[in-house]
Design a protein around this ligand. Structure first.
Ligand code: NDP
Length: 242
């Protein structure tokens, strides 16, 4: 595919689900991919299947220094970064009256602060180059709310506000894309502890879901656009999701 070969693409949340699917596809298209997440065994086995143009950096996006290190390591290995995709996220959802405050903190730290730390780490490099592309994964939950997803939804609405403001600030040089997936096959929600959510959604397993490849393909569409075209928003839902 045009405009993908040799692009240096850093992806957080690349050890499973949407990020892993996209990393595999992008590596197959000749991109230089840098995979980031916490589970080293998953990252190692993904990179093993990708050849010389892939590397991983164990990264906890809730730690600012980890994002700084990720960006530095990617630049040291490949010379520059064309694309940063802030994709890492967690969704241990619950109802407010269950008081799962530790899980609220976790979602805020990973889904909001992790995105900010990524932007902060890469922006000076991209501004200095006068080009670059920053993507972040929000959610359909970042466009509308529903009972039980208040804090997760709040983090994803925050992503929308952050990314739209970033776009307005850097529109002359840097591409900015926010990705809003609907229900997608992945490990998301594996850490739900709320009995009310489990009862309501059957642990989310029975919902109609898109294949993670669908989101990967949409992101590849955005990344592969010519230099003067910026795709700002991608919204994908499985048929039937409201
Ligand atoms: P997965 O659970 O499969 O992937 C989540 C990824 O985030 C994993 O690679 C995980 O890796 C990583 N991650 C979690 N916490 C951290 C952390 N602290 N530091 C670094 N990486 C972390 O789910 P998805 O692929 O579905 O999720 C990807 C994104 O898509 C998320 O932002 C999610 O909110 C969003 N999304 C998903 C939808 C869906 O239905 N699946 C719908 C809407 C949005 P590790 O545990 O190894 O750190």
């Amino acid at each position: 595919m045009e405009n993908i070969k040799d692009k240096v693409i850093v992806i957080t949340g690349a050890s499973s689900g949407i990020g892993a699917a996209a990393a595999r596809k992008l590596a197959g298209l000749g991109a230089k991919v840098v995979l980031a997440a916490r589970r080293e065994d998953q990252l190692q086995s993904l990179v093993n299947g990708m050849g010389d143009n892939a590397m991983y950096v164990v990264t906890d996006v809730s730690k600012r220094t980890d994002l700084d290190n990720l960006i530095q390591q990617a630049i040291s290995r490949f010379g520059h970064i064309d694309v940063l995709w802030n994709n890492a996220g967690v969704m241990p959802i619950s109802f407010f009256d269950e008081g799962h405050v530790d899980e609220w903190d976790k979602m805020i730290d990973i889904n909001i602060k992790g995105v900010l730390y990524g932007i902060n780490a890469v922006l000076p490099h991209m501004l200095q180059r006068g080009q670059g592309h920053i993507l972040t994964t929000s959610s359909v939950g970042g466009l509308k709310t529903s009972p039980g997803i208040g804090v997760y939804s709040g983090t994803k609405f925050a992503v929308k506000a952050i990314m739209e403001t970033l776009r307005e600030e850097v529109a002359q040089t840097i591409k900015v894309t926010t990705v809003y997936p609907g229900a997608t096959q992945s490990e998301l929600g594996h850490d739900i502890t709320s009995p009310k959510i489990k009862a309501l959604y059957g642990n989310l397993k029975s919902m109609p879901k898109m294949d993670e490849e669908a989101i990967a393909d949409a992101v590849i569409y955005a990344i592969s656009q010519p230099g003067n075209i910026t795709v700002n928003e991608l919204v994908l839902r499985p048929l039937g999701q409201t």
